[in-house]
Design a protein around this ligand. Sequence first.
Ligand code: TXA
Ligand code: MG
Length: 333
Amino acid sequence: MNSSIGVDLEKAANLLRAGELVAIPTETVYGLAANALQDEAVIKIYQVKNRPQFNPLILHFANYQQLQACGLDLPPSAQKLAARFSPGPLTYVIPASYSIPGIVTAGTPAVAVRFPNHPITLELLQKLEFPLAAPSANPSGFVSPTSASHVAAQLGESIPYILDGGECSVGVESTIISFLEEQPRLLRYGGITLEAIEAVIGPVSLPETGYVDNPVAPGMLARHYATRHPLQTGRLQELLPAALEQYAPSEIVSISFTELLNDIPATNQFILSPTGHLPEAARRLFAALRLADEMNISLILAAEFPEEGLGRAINDRLRRASSSASTSVNATD
Ligand code: TXA
Ligand code: MG
């Protein structure tokens, strides 16, 4: 099979109705979508991604009515967030209902739901009679796609259609917040910042330190966002001396926030936002990781970003991409 890439919503809808997979654009990253209410369709997601079946999927809805039609509801604090941030890059983990297949929730009593903010995908979801289950459209463990061509490069052989919605405007995955406990708990940093969430609902529990091994969120595990070349993250000026002892300057690539380094060629440097704008850096992060990885080099050095706003999501992805995080291998998404 070879995917075609296009903007034909009717074709996408019909393939999904027939139980096929379609890659869809969202504001965060591209998703690999299937009819969430059809087991045989959802199973294909796990097969194509080579994803462990104990790692549950996010359901995507166009609006609140569609969510309720599946017997689901958001608790009051989630509704407050939804009023402010949905559609948008925020995912709510809530109690599941009878109509949600176990293959979507990985047999757990909870389900993750979100309302993606992309015009094409919202229109598609409005046409459909069912929600879409959609993980990021990358093979399990690798960097998430932020353009149709990224999807084609990795999954083009295994899915019939990629709906092209251009480049993703947020560029990192949705923030995941769980409402299963008394106090809402953040499970994954993402496109909606911690600061913005707490401004609406007050303090939330944070991902536990070492949460990459936290079984509550099976997907948030170690080996993830893997590049072909080893990646180290930290302060570039501190990482550089050791790197230069081992490799020639031309064998090293840097990914920085604003910084231009003196010791390696300018053509080996990705500066994610020369003006120091975190949303811009987030938007460009995954494409830079892919481009860096395609170069004929030996090591990727990635800066530590300010631990605030979208910097938290960027740091989280870089830590999980770094080789030191790859020691305890379990599940990935
Ligand atoms: O931005 C996004 O969220 C993208 C786009 C396509 O919507 N999707 C995405 O899906 O990042 P995925 O599968 O790559 O990551 C979803 C994460 C996984 O780590 C999974 O373990 C977690 O959400 N998750 C899903 N259902 C869950 C549940 N019921 N409880 C806890 N974590 C859950
Ligand atoms: Mg993923």
